[in-house]
Design a protein around this ligand. Structure first.
Ligand SMILES: C[S@@+](CC[C@H](N)C(=O)[O-])C[C@H]1O[C@@H](n2cnc3c(N)ncnc32)[C@H](O)[C@@H]1O
Length: 326
């Protein structure tokens, strides 16, 4: 049962506040893990544009540091920042000690990173990554902060993955119904304090991040890689929202866009339980809002189980935006 709330409810972020390490452990287990090739592509871009030093990486919106830990394989020092203190507290419990000793966690909104008190030797950033977080941010303010932190010739890498894509369109349709119904349990968005955040998120995803401008005054060599974006990046259909939204394109004249269809990209073997766990992590704690209607989700999950017939290959729609700091 939905209820009108005067509390600020933002996509993903507020629902995950107060969750302990077990929430974040399930979060990591339920999410697709980017392939090592994906990080190599980012590093190759970094090596071939600007200045290829690899001393400091910064993972913005790091959550429990799962992607920061991936960067620690390549960079001498890694900073992870996030607004969620409990997520940062979970990081040391979930990351191996040999990586942890080269990692530093800072509580700060992305938009306020310049005054966050990052240790001086870790401010001069070679690579700044924003994984699965950019649509949650005030993009122009965040990009200003990133431009200050990244040293000239350094790299910004912003990426976001969306829904799982199945072998069989019947499964895509069941997934879409499930995700859309779950999103509807969270309504209303319109007229609540969270509405601007929901609009920002929905606009970012329906635009495949093309709404995020990397101004030519600050950034060069801008590349936008879009894998499997013949499928939506939005987790649920627009019917899940109670407002209208449309794609916005703020790409610069020099931006290069690569459209790639690759159904083996980030391929994972998932069954219906994996899909359900993914949805549980995308819409944290929706179950309380669903009340008795939760049974509808369980029924759709069984429908998906029958259609999938066990584990099957899923891939994802993914957008990666790369830029060199001028
Ligand atoms: C979906 S999680 C992504 C976690 C991790 N980066 C990953 O790729 O799995 C989004 C994270 O963004 C954080 N976040 C939301 N708004 C933020 C902001 N304004 N500044 C910094 N982090 C923010 C949330 O607290 C959450 O940990």
């Amino acid at each position: 049962m939905s209820q009108t709330s005067t509390r600020l409810e933002t996509p993903f972020t507020t629902a995950a506040l107060g969750s302990d390490a077990s929430f974040w452990e399930s979060y990591i287990a339920s999410r697709p893990s980017p392939s090592e090739d994906f990080f190599r592509l980012i590093n190759e871009y970094h090596a071939s544009h600007g200045d290829s030093r690899m001393e400091v990486a910064h993972d913005v919106g790091t959550g429990p540091g799962n992607i920061a830990a991936r960067l620690a394989r390549y960079y001498d020092q890694v900073v992870g920042s996030d607004v969620n203190e409990q997520a940062l507290d979970a990081a040391p419990k979930l990351i191996s000690p040999d990586l942890l000793k080269r990692m530093t966690f800072v509580r700060s909104p992305a938009e306020g990173l310049v005054t966050a008190g990052i240790p001086t030797n870790l401010q001069n950033t070679d690579l700044l990554v924003v994984s699965e977080c950019m649509p949650l941010l005030d993009a122009p303010r965040a990009l200003e902060a990133f431009h200050t932190l990244i040293r000239p010739g350094g790299t910004v890498a912003i990426y976001f993955y969306g829904r799982p894509i199945f072998q069989d369109p019947v499964c895509d349709a069941i997934y879409d119904r499930m995700a859309t119904r779950i999103c509807q349990f969270l309504l209303p968005f319109q007229g609540t304090p969270g509405e601007p955040f929901h609009r920002r998120g929905a606009e970012g995803l329906v635009s495949f991040l093309d709404n995020i401008a990397l101004p030519a005054s600050d950034w060069e060599n801008v590349e936008r890689h879009k894998w499997n974006c013949d499928y939506p990046l939005l987790f649920n259909s627009p019917d899940g929202f109670d407002f209208e939204f449309h794609p916005v394109d703020r790409r610069g004249e020099g931006d290069i866009t690569h459209d790639i269809v690759d159904r083996d990209f980030w391929a994972h073997e998932w069954d219906a339980d994996n899909v359900k766990a993914y949805l549980d992590s995308v819409y944290p704690h929706y179950r309380g809002q669903a009340g008795e209607s939760y049974a509808e989700v369980e029924a759709m999950c069984e429908e998906l189980r029958a259609a999938m017939g066990g584990k099957q290959k899923v891939t994802f729609s993914v957008v990666l935006v790369l830029g060199t700091r001028k």
